[in-house]
Design a protein around this ligand. Structure first.
Ligand code: AMP
Ligand code: ZN
Length: 115
């Protein structure tokens, strides 16, 4: 079975692109949880943090350099929240590592729901 985010990266599945460089692709979440909700993915497929190795750990520096660029490009000057849902208990449903950027309001609320 194919990977949705790999298909978004290669253009087979359409997306609302925000940013792209040689290693990273970013696009707007289809079901936004804040006025700004951007997903940042690496072009190299890994499932999640559990697959991190010394050989692929550049994925994190590539992603977070892009997060900084995107924050500047999108003028997220008041701040933003960065979330990685890692594994099913965290609510990960797409098994291609991705960082959520949430922003666009003065107070994003509690860090975690108590429900
Ligand atoms: P997670 O729960 O961390 O695995 O997050 C997956 C995210 O992908 C959710 O916020 C979804 O709304 C988002 N999503 C699913 N399909 C698409 C799509 N085709 N384009 C953009 N975002 C998507
Ligand atoms: Zn993938």
């Amino acid at each position: 079975m194919g990977c949705l985010f790999c298909n978004i990266i290669n253009g087979e599945t359409p997306s609302d692109r925000v940013y792209e460089n040689d290693s990273v692709y970013a696009f707007r979440d289809i079901n936004p949880q804040a006025p700004v909700h951007i997903l940042v993915v690496h072009k190299e497929h890994t499932k999640n943090i559990d697959e991190t190795t010394p050989e692929n750990s550049h994925i994190y520096s590539d992603i977070f350099m892009a997060v900084k660029e995107i924050a500047s490009q999108e003028k997220l000057d008041n701040g933003y929240r960065v979330i990685i849902n890692n594994g099913s208990a965290a609510g990960q449903v797409i098994w291609h590592l991705h960082v959520h950027i949430l922003s666009g309001k003065d107070n994003l609320g509690p860090m975690i729901s108590n429900g």
